[in-house]
Design a protein around this ligand. Sequence first.
Ligand code: NAP
Length: 432
Amino acid sequence: MRVVTTYVLVTGANSGLGFTTCCRLIDEFLDTRPGHESITLILTTRDSRKGDSTVSRLQKRADKLPKSKRQDGTTRVSYKSEIVALDSLLSVKRLSKKLLAELPKLDVVILNAGCGGWTGVDYWMATQQSMKGFVQSVTWPAFKLANIGVVTKPQLPNTSTQGTTNTALGEVFCINVFGHYLLSHNLAPLLSKAHHPSGNRGRIIWLSSIETEAVIDAFSIDDIQGLASPTPYEISKRLGDVLALTSSLPATKPWVDSFLLAPKSVPTPSGEEGIPTTESKPGMYVTHPGICSTDILPVHWILNLFKLLTFYIARWLGSPWHTIDAYKGACAPVWVALSPQAQLDSIEAKEGPGKWGSSTDIWGNERVRRTEVGGWGWGGIVGEEVQRGGRISGAKALTREAREEFEVLGRECWRRMEGLREEWEERLDGLD
Ligand SMILES: NC(=O)c1ccc[n+]([C@@H]2O[C@H](COP(=O)([O-])OP(=O)(O)OC[C@H]3O[C@@H](n4cnc5c(N)ncnc54)[C@H](OP(=O)(O)O)[C@@H]3O)[C@@H](O)[C@H]2O)c1
């Protein structure tokens, strides 16, 4: 029988959710796919030391799999370690070029790498917020502190001809959204070649956050980089939600099509261009891991223990979103990555495109759960059933007006992101 290989790229694979996503991809792939199928994980990290250590940790872990799976793990799983710094568009361009030249196709891209941009915690505000509502305060915290207006290093090498165009981008925006956006655009020709006997199409999967619900009113279309905002992280994740959830609407089609067009700046080896057909068009999905204990918000180890305790208390008090363990947090992105296309399509046809979250019950048993998004509800369907639990206080059932505004917002976000992409591609033209 012909070997079928699934190629999955995971950014930020060396730590936290990136690493557990790789572990879970391997486990679930070996559990669910037949023996003639294999998986190649393309792991991106910021340097080769981190990349080598990630591959070696994954291999050691595979050696400890139950005997029945160990043999499978060594023959059916392979790794390709790559380097990218998402705050550098030139680094994104270099990786794109390399992958376009080396890979035959790409089935899934999991846009996991991320940066919080936080500088600390306002403990006084944290105490006040938790006294008003403990579970709400540890699910949608309003006490994380971030500097306003932090930008990346200049994107272009300083040459006299580029002088005034050598501007920078919002740092959190560039790492969490724009670097990934450009990478996905550049890799669209490989994603369009994704093919699987079961009809799976290419998938671009954003890693969002439950916390976006706290900033829906603070999100401004005139500041999509969050440069004027004290919550640039949450703004960046809200942008990812809006882009993904509106990506299949007719209103965004012109920009989504141009996004999925083979890139001019990074020519494909065969030089092909053109909008993918419906059968080959990659889908865009948004997921989130719930709330996990990782290093994304670095705190002293004693405070870390305290944080962990508050997470468990929140879960025992009924929070579905405190997945805590990053392996459990990886359940939603891995489910979206490996589910049969027919299953995803039929759910979306019935319930609308949704934000897929990792959640647990009080005992810590994980499952994938749709998540409410301000202005979109659970699936963008006015009159849909309002689900109980796991909602931010003050959440409202979806109205026709809110749904229409969300669509307008989506179109505007897509238009501006495509504008920004074209602007930067021009600036990067001829640079390697
Ligand atoms: N933890 C949670 O509860 C939670 C909740 C919601 C969403 N998320 C999302 O989950 C994703 C993973 O977060 P995590 O919690 O696993 O945090 P983490 O352990 O800090 O991992 C972040 C990853 O992103 C990489 N990264 C950071 N800046 C980068 C850059 N400029 N270029 C390339 N890679 C970069 C890091 O690489 P280095 O190791 O080299 O820094 C690391 O691999 C993020 O998108 C985050 O927003 C997490």
